[in-house]
Design a protein around this ligand. Sequence first.
Ligand code: MF3
Ligand code: CO
Length: 306
Amino acid sequence: MLPEGFLLNGGIDMLHDKLPGRNDPCWCGSGRKYKSCHAQTDQRMAALAAQGHLVPERKLLKTPAQIEKIRQSAKINVAVLDEIGRQIHEGMATSEIDRIVYDMTTAMGGIPAPLNYKGYPYSVCTSVNDQVCHGFPSEKVILRDGDIVNVDCSTILDGYFSDSSRMYCIGQVSEEKRKLVEVTRECVELGLQEVKPWGFLGDMSQAVHDHAKKHGYSVVKEIGGHGVGLEFHEDPFVSYTGVRGTDMVLVPGMIFTIEPMVNMGTDAVCTHIDNDWEIFTADGKPSAQWELMVLVTEDGYEVLSW
Ligand code: MF3
Ligand code: CO
């Protein structure tokens, strides 16, 4: 532990910024005095950092005003995925999903975040069966009876980002695939239950991994979740094969995604040689993913997008 008053004396490199005086307005813009706003949080983070724990940089702690903007962005994201749920059907080309996402997002005042992101050429990712993620919507990809498909939607509204994805089952899906989809959803739910202030990202991560393993599934290691809100992808990298009690400390105001990719077979994946985007399972077996975006609150969590 640090000596009392350590924070007030400066020497707080781990927080990356100078702290306000106790009676000054808090850096978060709440309008409250620092001493009755983030002073305790900063002190607690500094103490944990001094013990060797990874604590978030201050820019990862969203202010109340930022959270409100991100909530508005997420409302579009949720509405678009709801609409996809109503419209998705056997015989539909995934390019049609792309069109719906673009039209609805822009009609609601947003921009699809994937479009032109690092050269990504579509408004949404549609990943079918053995596609793990980043599937390109295409008029050549027609949804067939028995397919499972992930639709991954992300929105920018006034510069604020939201991100979530859902699985859709087309027609009669085999018991095997349906179970993969269900268990993956349970993984996200169990991970979510671990999200609380002053817990660890690894608590969530291990809960996800344990549940997947219990059912004989594997979890993709090299692609994960991320902080989100002011940018599409912020720190931290969110693993779903981590260990309880390790990784970043969860602090109120952090927003990140829980989006494990759960494979029926091997966790090994490969990337499409032509476009360097689309990811497939190495063994051709199915993969499922659900994604939600969660805010760490003072007493637990709030799901912002799902
Ligand atoms: N939406 C994906 C995620 O969950 C990111 C896709 S990047 C894109 O992080 F460019 F492919 F859209
Ligand atoms: Co994401």
